[in-house]
Design a protein around this ligand. Structure first.
Ligand code: SFD
Ligand code: AMP
Length: 637
């Protein structure tokens, strides 16, 4: 086999493909789309293709598996789900979109079980499927427990079977969406390259789904040096969804939001099962209940400071304790396990211990490694908790993303929130789902898959409604190849100037560029370095530095295909970071204490800021414009 790098420096093979619908990404949302789309496309003759930068069986956030499905209605009313999400996301969500996920999500979970995903059942209901009334083991009101190490493989298999393996292209990284020559507000194509072979791809289509996940490694991670590469969300989600959509002219929403997950320290192990299922309590270094102790600091946040606390508010109580010097914070696993074991037989206790390990082995194996490496027996010794670096996402306990058209059948929704096709962005033909859809968090794996299904149905309708339309990308293939391979040219032109390949005044390596971005975001845009605090002055500095970084990104080098991937991932990160920074700059309040603080506007100001913040990026001028959209509450408190 010829290795890609052997012929990397020649001209890439150019592959042009014309399809009706392109699905970008192979994660939960994209799999939902691929699964659903054939139901509507059967017999229409539409050509549909899916491209993923990685291998679908293990790509995206569910790569390692999961041990819970966090969105399952069961006996609950979707209206209550909207209330829960609204409270958790500090009062600002698109209730139409959240309701839409809530009312459809259970069918997706029933499918997962049908495809072989083991769902925990209550004693007596073992072997009885959810769809037949089997009662799941709930960790919380919305969450159910699964044996989910192979979750992604199971879901990907169904997606592949539906779409047909011949319509799936793995290991192609999409760099850019291209608008139409005759209509700048319409998407006509997408371009990218293979990360294995020296091939450049241009896809032309009537419509596409951008579902490339959230953004990781925008901020300097807590794991540096020997721990680098360890993050909570999957390292390969590089903000492509946000950057490509923004560059194509899509209106973004709530990009000031972020997610700072509290996790088991160093391994990023999830806390949900421990808090909700095992009923563990967290405490400060002196065994005190810091939530109770710091409750008074929530008074400034009015109704948002009252229980049940949103995820960011829970973070706030912990951060307060750490900032005041009472850390480390511990989760008391021994007491929780002893309580649970009180009425158990020794065999049942062994099973409980196995479950404690399995919770990590199913989805965050590295945390089990930390326990093993540090001789931590959870039944004997508590573990440290730590709030992580910030992530940008729209499907977990965060709601950054793109402004989309919603469903038409929910009473009270403003008519301009729906422009014909559910989950279409403000760019004609560009749809999104999962982490891509803004102002609608708490979808998790099942809700993201469901949203992909919702988008699938409307994309088929869109493609059929525009059957005769011919896409004509505004840029020529030649120009696009030149642009995307610029990092390679930069390398070739300058590589002999010095004898040390990484030290060169004419180029910057992708790694260095990433470290620079992370430093700026960490130190000025409320990263861990400042305990998540920023102000207008710090943001001004960030603005200047990010501008220079964006200019310097044009000098990134790529010495091989891997670096070409890294170069463009980092470019996507920079655009996503800039969008995040400017949204924080625009929203003059502290809407999400515990996620970030504007020290110059420390309060939550509902009168002025209970609104959506929406932005638009002009790629040619590099300018962002902002507007606010009034909040509309559809479901009463
Ligand atoms: O414990 C390109 N999530 C959990 N959800 C649950 O339901 N239960 C849990 O237990 C969950 N937990 C959890 C979760 C995530 C992670 C990382 C951990 C723990 C450690 C959340 C869900 O996983 C998440 O909500 C969904 O997966 C989001 O779906 P989606 O489709 O929006 O994103 P994705 O699955 O990451 O897929 C992204 C895809 O895009 C590809 N891609 N392809 C082409 N070109 C590009 N430029 C691309 N860039 C990216 C990726 O390869 C991937 O296929 S717990 O914390 O709560
Ligand atoms: P996590 O493991 O932190 O990703 O959480 C999994 C699920 O449990 C998500 O739905 C969280 O919102 C929820 N969750 C985690 N910790 C708590 C807690 N202390 N109180 C209420 N819900 C929680």
């Amino acid at each position: 086999m010829t290795m890609a790098n052997d012929y990397f420096f020649g001209k890439p093979e150019i592959i042009e493909e014309k399809v009706d619908i392109l699905i970008i990404g192979g994660g939960m949302a994209a799999c939902g789309c691929a699964f659903e789309i054939m139901r509507w496309a059967e017999g229409t003759g539409l050509k549909i293709k899916l491209v993923d930068k990685a291998a679908m069986d293990r790509s995206g956030a569910v790569a390692m598996g999961l041990s819970a499905i966090n969105t399952y209605m069961g006996e609950n009313d979707p209206a209550d789900y909207v209330r829960y999400v609204r409270n958790d996301l500090m009062g600002i969500i698109r209730e139409d979109l959240v309701y839409d996920v809530g009312r459809h999500v259970d069918d997706s979970v029933h499918n997962f079980e049908e495809w072989g995903l083991p769902v925990w059942k209550q004693p007596g209901d073992e072997g009885k499927r959810l769809v037949d009334g089997g009662k799941p083991v709930r960790s919380g009101r919305w969450q159910i427990m699964i044996n989910g190490e192979s979750y992604k493989g199971i879901v990907a298999e169904a997606a592949k079977k539906s779409l047909g393996i011949e319509n799936i292209q793995e290991r192609v990284f999409i760099v850019r969406l291209v608008t139409d020559k005759n209509d700048p507000a319409r998407v006509a194509g997408a371009v990218g390259f293979s990360v294995r072979d020296h091939k450049f791809y241009i896809y032309k289509f009537k419509c596409c789904l951008i579902a490339a996940g959230g953004a990781v490694n925008v901020f300097r991670p807590r794991s540096v040096g020997e721990g680098i590469g360890r993050t909570w969300y999957p390292v390969w989600n590089a903000g492509s969804t946000y950057a490509m959509a923004a560059e194509c002219g899509a209106e973004m929403t709530m990009m000031e939001n972020r997610f700072v997950p509290t996790r088991f320290k160093d391994g990023y192990g999830p806390v949900g099962a421990w808090f909700l299922l095992f009923k563990a309590k967290a405490m400060n270094a002196y065994g005190e209940d810091y939530q109770e102790k710091n409750k008074h600091t929530l008074e400034q946040y009015g109704k948002y400071g009252k229980p049940p606390y949103g995820t960011c508010v829970r973070n706030h109580l912990m951060l307060e304790e750490m900032r005041n010097g009472f850390g480390p914070i511990y989760i008391d696993t021994p007491t929780a396990m002893a309580e649970l074991a009180k009425n158990m037989t020794p065999k049942q206790v062994k099973h409980l211990e196995a479950e404690a390990w399995e919770d990590f082995l199913d989805m965050t194996i590295g945390q089990a490694g930390v326990w093993a490496g540090e001789n931590i027996e959870p039944e004997k010794q508590p573990s440290e908790l730590m709030p992580t670096e910030p992530y940008l996402l729209g499907s977990h306990a965060g709601c950054a993303g793109i402004w989309v058209s919603g469903p038409t059948d929910i009473p009270g929704v403003p008519s301009h929130w729906s422009w014909g096709y559910n989950r279409m962005t403000t760019v004609k033909g560009l749809f999104t789902a999962g982490d891509g859809v803004g102002a609608s968090g708490h979808k998790f794996s099942s809700g993201s898959f469901t949203e992909g299904r919702i988008a699938a149905k409307s994309m088929v309708k869109f493609a059929l409604d525009h059957k005769g339309w011919k896409p004509e990308p505004v840029h020529s293939v030649h120009d696009l190849v030149e642009e995307i391979y610029r990092p390679v040219r930069t390398f070739l032109e300058h590589k002999d100037y010095t004898t040390a390949i990484d030290v060169n005044p004419h180029y910057i390596t992708p790694k260095m560029l990433q470290l620079r971005l992370q430093k700026i975001m960490d130190e000025y845009v409320a990263g861990v370095a400042t305990w998540y605090r920023t102000n207008a002055k710090m943001l001004e500095v960030a603005e200047r530095k990010l501008e220079m970084l964006k200019q310097d990104s044009l000098k990134t080098r790529a010495k091989d295909l891997h670096e070409l991937l890294r170069a463009w991932e980092n470019y996507h990160r920079i655009i996503a970071a800039e969008c995040h920074m400017r949204h924080i700059q625009f929203r003059e309040e502290t809407r999400y204490p515990g996620y970030y603080y504007r020290t110059d506007f420390p309060k939550i100001d509902d009168d002025k800021w209970r609104v959506f913040v929406n932005s638009k990026y002009d790629r040619d001028s590099g300018k962002w414009t902002f507007r606010t959209e009034p909040y509309v509450q559809l479901i009463k408190d």
